[in-house]
Ligand binder design. Structure first.
Ligand SMILES: C[S@@+](CC[C@H](N)C(=O)[O-])C[C@H]1O[C@@H](n2cnc3c(N)ncnc32)[C@H](O)[C@@H]1O
Length: 265
Protein backbone atom coordinates (compact mmCIF):
# COMPACT_ATOMS: atom_id res chain seq x y z
CA UNK A 1 0.00 0.00 0.00
CA UNK A 2 2.67 2.47 1.06
CA UNK A 3 5.61 0.89 -0.73
CA UNK A 4 5.71 3.48 -3.55
CA UNK A 5 7.39 6.04 -1.36
CA UNK A 6 8.57 8.44 -4.07
CA UNK A 7 5.11 9.25 -5.42
CA UNK A 8 3.71 9.32 -1.87
CA UNK A 9 6.37 11.67 -0.61
CA UNK A 10 6.21 14.01 -3.61
CA UNK A 11 2.48 14.42 -3.13
CA UNK A 12 2.21 14.57 0.66
CA UNK A 13 5.49 16.04 1.96
CA UNK A 14 4.05 19.58 1.95
CA UNK A 15 0.60 18.72 3.26
CA UNK A 16 0.12 21.09 6.19
CA UNK A 17 -3.37 21.12 7.80
CA UNK A 18 -2.24 19.59 11.10
CA UNK A 19 0.94 21.66 11.46
CA UNK A 20 -0.54 24.40 13.72
CA UNK A 21 -1.90 22.03 16.36
CA UNK A 22 1.23 19.85 16.31
CA UNK A 23 3.45 22.93 16.58
CA UNK A 24 1.40 24.29 19.52
CA UNK A 25 1.48 20.92 21.31
CA UNK A 26 5.26 20.64 20.92
CA UNK A 27 5.67 24.23 22.18
CA UNK A 28 3.72 23.47 25.36
CA UNK A 29 4.92 19.91 26.07
CA UNK A 30 8.59 20.68 25.24
CA UNK A 31 9.40 16.99 24.68
CA UNK A 32 12.85 15.50 25.09
CA UNK A 33 11.69 12.39 23.19
CA UNK A 34 9.17 12.49 20.34
CA UNK A 35 7.72 9.32 18.80
CA UNK A 36 5.45 9.12 15.79
CA UNK A 37 3.37 5.99 15.20
CA UNK A 38 2.69 5.35 11.50
CA UNK A 39 5.29 8.00 10.71
CA UNK A 40 5.36 7.55 6.95
CA UNK A 41 8.19 9.21 5.06
CA UNK A 42 8.73 12.01 7.57
CA UNK A 43 6.27 14.73 6.55
CA UNK A 44 6.31 16.05 10.13
CA UNK A 45 10.08 15.98 10.56
CA UNK A 46 10.56 19.70 9.75
CA UNK A 47 8.42 20.46 12.82
CA UNK A 48 10.08 17.88 15.06
CA UNK A 49 13.54 19.11 14.11
CA UNK A 50 12.76 22.64 15.28
CA UNK A 51 12.27 21.42 18.86
CA UNK A 52 14.96 20.75 21.47
CA UNK A 53 14.07 17.04 21.46
CA UNK A 54 17.12 14.81 21.89
CA UNK A 55 15.44 11.84 20.24
CA UNK A 56 12.92 11.67 17.40
CA UNK A 57 11.57 8.19 16.69
CA UNK A 58 9.51 7.24 13.64
CA UNK A 59 7.73 3.91 13.64
CA UNK A 60 6.05 2.45 10.56
CA UNK A 61 4.86 -0.88 9.24
CA UNK A 62 6.40 -0.30 5.83
CA UNK A 63 10.12 -0.88 5.25
CA UNK A 64 10.40 1.76 2.51
CA UNK A 65 8.74 4.38 4.70
CA UNK A 66 11.21 3.65 7.49
CA UNK A 67 14.14 4.10 5.08
CA UNK A 68 12.68 7.34 3.76
CA UNK A 69 12.06 8.71 7.27
CA UNK A 70 15.74 8.07 8.09
CA UNK A 71 16.85 9.72 4.84
CA UNK A 72 14.69 12.77 5.44
CA UNK A 73 15.86 12.80 9.07
CA UNK A 74 19.51 13.35 8.08
CA UNK A 75 20.74 13.38 11.69
CA UNK A 76 21.44 9.83 12.75
CA UNK A 77 22.31 10.77 16.33
CA UNK A 78 18.94 12.30 16.95
CA UNK A 79 16.53 10.73 14.48
CA UNK A 80 15.78 7.01 14.27
CA UNK A 81 13.13 4.99 12.53
CA UNK A 82 12.19 1.35 12.56
CA UNK A 83 9.68 -1.15 11.25
CA UNK A 84 7.01 -1.69 13.83
CA UNK A 85 3.34 -2.55 13.81
CA UNK A 86 1.14 -0.33 15.99
CA UNK A 87 -0.51 -3.55 17.18
CA UNK A 88 2.75 -4.77 18.64
CA UNK A 89 4.90 -1.87 19.86
CA UNK A 90 8.03 -2.76 21.79
CA UNK A 91 8.87 -1.31 25.15
CA UNK A 92 11.85 0.66 23.99
CA UNK A 93 9.62 3.59 23.11
CA UNK A 94 8.48 3.88 26.70
CA UNK A 95 10.34 7.13 27.41
CA UNK A 96 8.48 9.27 24.85
CA UNK A 97 7.16 12.54 26.22
CA UNK A 98 4.89 12.86 23.21
CA UNK A 99 3.52 10.38 20.70
CA UNK A 100 2.10 11.77 17.47
CA UNK A 101 -0.68 9.84 15.68
CA UNK A 102 -1.97 11.99 12.85
CA UNK A 103 -3.66 11.44 9.48
CA UNK A 104 -6.26 9.09 11.02
CA UNK A 105 -3.67 6.35 11.30
CA UNK A 106 -6.03 4.10 13.32
CA UNK A 107 -8.23 3.76 10.20
CA UNK A 108 -5.52 1.43 8.86
CA UNK A 109 -6.06 -1.11 11.60
CA UNK A 110 -8.44 -3.97 10.85
CA UNK A 111 -11.44 -3.61 13.23
CA UNK A 112 -10.74 -7.07 14.66
CA UNK A 113 -7.29 -5.81 15.78
CA UNK A 114 -8.32 -2.47 17.27
CA UNK A 115 -8.42 -3.70 20.84
CA UNK A 116 -4.94 -5.19 20.45
CA UNK A 117 -3.67 -1.95 18.90
CA UNK A 118 -5.01 0.25 21.71
CA UNK A 119 -3.59 -2.12 24.27
CA UNK A 120 -0.22 -1.96 22.50
CA UNK A 121 -0.34 1.86 22.47
CA UNK A 122 -1.19 1.90 26.18
CA UNK A 123 1.67 -0.50 27.00
CA UNK A 124 4.12 1.59 24.97
CA UNK A 125 3.39 4.72 27.01
CA UNK A 126 5.16 5.85 30.15
CA UNK A 127 3.11 7.34 32.98
CA UNK A 128 3.82 10.87 31.72
CA UNK A 129 3.49 10.23 27.98
CA UNK A 130 0.98 12.36 26.08
CA UNK A 131 -0.42 11.19 22.75
CA UNK A 132 -1.64 13.73 20.21
CA UNK A 133 -4.22 12.11 17.93
CA UNK A 134 -5.98 13.52 14.86
CA UNK A 135 -8.76 11.32 13.52
CA UNK A 136 -11.41 11.77 10.83
CA UNK A 137 -14.06 9.12 10.14
CA UNK A 138 -13.68 9.23 6.36
CA UNK A 139 -10.65 10.01 4.23
CA UNK A 140 -10.97 13.66 3.17
CA UNK A 141 -14.29 13.57 5.06
CA UNK A 142 -16.06 12.19 1.99
CA UNK A 143 -18.46 9.41 2.97
CA UNK A 144 -19.37 8.30 -0.59
CA UNK A 145 -17.52 6.71 -3.49
CA UNK A 146 -16.30 9.25 -6.05
CA UNK A 147 -14.85 9.47 -9.54
CA UNK A 148 -11.29 10.63 -10.21
CA UNK A 149 -10.78 14.27 -9.31
CA UNK A 150 -7.89 16.67 -9.14
CA UNK A 151 -6.11 17.41 -5.87
CA UNK A 152 -5.64 20.97 -7.05
CA UNK A 153 -9.38 21.53 -7.66
CA UNK A 154 -10.59 19.90 -4.46
CA UNK A 155 -8.00 19.98 -1.68
CA UNK A 156 -5.34 22.55 -2.47
CA UNK A 157 -6.00 24.58 0.70
CA UNK A 158 -4.34 21.82 2.74
CA UNK A 159 -0.99 22.40 1.02
CA UNK A 160 1.48 25.23 1.55
CA UNK A 161 0.77 27.88 -1.09
CA UNK A 162 4.08 27.54 -2.93
CA UNK A 163 3.56 23.80 -3.37
CA UNK A 164 0.05 23.82 -4.83
CA UNK A 165 1.02 23.88 -8.49
CA UNK A 166 2.34 20.29 -8.38
CA UNK A 167 -1.11 19.11 -7.22
CA UNK A 168 -2.30 19.55 -10.82
CA UNK A 169 -0.33 16.39 -11.59
CA UNK A 170 -2.27 14.21 -9.13
CA UNK A 171 -5.82 12.86 -8.90
CA UNK A 172 -7.73 10.86 -6.31
CA UNK A 173 -10.94 8.87 -6.04
CA UNK A 174 -12.63 6.85 -3.31
CA UNK A 175 -14.48 3.63 -2.93
CA UNK A 176 -16.56 3.58 0.26
CA UNK A 177 -18.49 0.57 1.51
CA UNK A 178 -20.10 -0.18 4.87
CA UNK A 179 -16.76 -1.40 6.22
CA UNK A 180 -13.98 -0.02 4.06
CA UNK A 181 -12.88 3.42 2.97
CA UNK A 182 -10.43 3.00 0.11
CA UNK A 183 -8.45 5.84 -1.41
CA UNK A 184 -6.84 5.66 -4.84
CA UNK A 185 -4.44 8.30 -6.01
CA UNK A 186 -2.36 8.60 -9.13
CA UNK A 187 0.25 10.64 -10.87
CA UNK A 188 -1.55 11.72 -14.04
CA UNK A 189 1.75 11.95 -15.95
CA UNK A 190 3.10 8.47 -15.29
CA UNK A 191 -0.42 7.06 -14.64
CA UNK A 192 1.11 5.30 -11.65
CA UNK A 193 -1.75 4.44 -9.30
CA UNK A 194 -1.75 3.63 -5.60
CA UNK A 195 -4.48 2.05 -3.48
CA UNK A 196 -4.73 2.79 0.25
CA UNK A 197 -7.18 0.58 2.10
CA UNK A 198 -8.58 1.88 5.36
CA UNK A 199 -11.63 1.03 7.46
CA UNK A 200 -14.50 3.16 8.66
CA UNK A 201 -13.80 4.14 12.25
CA UNK A 202 -16.50 6.32 13.74
CA UNK A 203 -15.36 8.96 16.23
CA UNK A 204 -17.80 7.59 18.82
CA UNK A 205 -16.32 4.09 18.39
CA UNK A 206 -12.82 5.53 18.68
CA UNK A 207 -13.71 7.34 21.92
CA UNK A 208 -15.26 4.16 23.27
CA UNK A 209 -12.13 2.12 22.42
CA UNK A 210 -9.87 4.75 24.00
CA UNK A 211 -11.85 4.57 27.22
CA UNK A 212 -11.89 0.76 27.13
CA UNK A 213 -8.10 0.73 26.91
CA UNK A 214 -7.81 2.77 30.13
CA UNK A 215 -6.70 5.91 28.36
CA UNK A 216 -8.47 9.18 28.93
CA UNK A 217 -8.78 12.01 26.43
CA UNK A 218 -9.07 15.74 26.41
CA UNK A 219 -10.24 17.26 23.16
CA UNK A 220 -8.31 20.21 21.71
CA UNK A 221 -10.62 20.90 18.80
CA UNK A 222 -12.85 19.22 16.21
CA UNK A 223 -11.45 20.93 13.14
CA UNK A 224 -8.22 22.09 11.54
CA UNK A 225 -7.11 25.67 12.19
CA UNK A 226 -7.46 28.55 9.81
CA UNK A 227 -6.51 28.62 6.90
CA UNK A 228 -6.77 24.82 6.63
CA UNK A 229 -10.37 24.55 7.87
CA UNK A 230 -12.22 25.19 4.63
CA UNK A 231 -14.29 22.01 4.81
CA UNK A 232 -16.45 21.87 7.91
CA UNK A 233 -14.97 18.48 8.66
CA UNK A 234 -15.66 16.83 11.99
CA UNK A 235 -12.39 15.62 13.47
CA UNK A 236 -11.25 14.23 16.78
CA UNK A 237 -8.10 16.16 17.69
CA UNK A 238 -7.20 15.26 21.25
CA UNK A 239 -4.58 14.53 23.86
CA UNK A 240 -4.58 11.01 25.28
CA UNK A 241 -2.97 10.01 28.57
CA UNK A 242 -3.04 6.97 30.85
CA UNK A 243 -5.93 6.95 33.30
CA UNK A 244 -3.44 7.45 36.14
CA UNK A 245 -2.20 10.76 34.67
CA UNK A 246 -3.06 13.76 36.81
CA UNK A 247 -6.30 15.30 35.59
CA UNK A 248 -5.38 18.89 36.52
CA UNK A 249 -2.17 18.57 34.53
CA UNK A 250 -4.07 17.25 31.51
CA UNK A 251 -6.59 20.11 31.67
CA UNK A 252 -3.82 22.70 32.05
CA UNK A 253 -1.87 21.31 29.08
CA UNK A 254 -5.06 21.30 27.00
CA UNK A 255 -5.92 24.89 27.88
CA UNK A 256 -2.32 26.08 27.30
CA UNK A 257 -2.34 24.55 23.82
CA UNK A 258 -5.76 26.04 23.08
CA UNK A 259 -4.58 29.45 24.22
CA UNK A 260 -1.59 29.24 21.89
CA UNK A 261 -3.93 28.32 19.05
CA UNK A 262 -6.43 31.03 19.97
CA UNK A 263 -9.20 28.48 20.43
CA UNK A 264 -11.93 29.62 22.79
CA UNK A 265 -12.96 27.26 25.56
C1 LIG B 1 -1.47 8.26 5.89
S1 LIG B 1 0.17 7.75 6.27
C2 LIG B 1 0.57 8.99 7.47
C3 LIG B 1 2.02 9.27 7.62
C4 LIG B 1 2.34 10.37 8.63
N1 LIG B 1 1.84 10.05 9.96
C5 LIG B 1 1.77 11.70 8.19
O1 LIG B 1 0.86 12.20 8.85
O2 LIG B 1 2.24 12.22 7.20
C6 LIG B 1 -0.12 6.33 7.26
C7 LIG B 1 1.15 5.55 7.61
O3 LIG B 1 0.79 4.57 8.59
C8 LIG B 1 1.51 3.39 8.31
N2 LIG B 1 0.78 2.25 8.91
C9 LIG B 1 -0.37 1.69 8.51
N3 LIG B 1 -0.73 0.69 9.32
C10 LIG B 1 0.23 0.61 10.28
C11 LIG B 1 0.43 -0.22 11.41
N4 LIG B 1 -0.42 -1.21 11.69
N5 LIG B 1 1.53 -0.02 12.15
C12 LIG B 1 2.41 0.96 11.86
N6 LIG B 1 2.27 1.79 10.80
C13 LIG B 1 1.21 1.62 10.02
C14 LIG B 1 1.56 3.33 6.79
O4 LIG B 1 2.62 2.49 6.32
C15 LIG B 1 1.77 4.82 6.45
O5 LIG B 1 3.13 5.15 6.31
Amino acid sequence: MYDKVDIYHELFENLRPDYPMIWATLEIVKPKVIAEYGAGSGRLLPLFKQTDAEKIIGLDLEKNMVKSFMKNGDDKQRIVSFEQNICDINNYIKDSDIVIMTSSVMKHIDPSLREKAWDSIYQSMGNETIVLIDHCEYIYDISKSTQWQSYFDTLKFWWAEEHREMLKGFEWKKNVSEIEDILYYKNTGSQEEIKIKTFLYKIDDLKHDIELSNLKYSQLTDKFMYPYSQHNTKRFISLLVKDTYCNDKLLKTTSDIKRLLNIEK
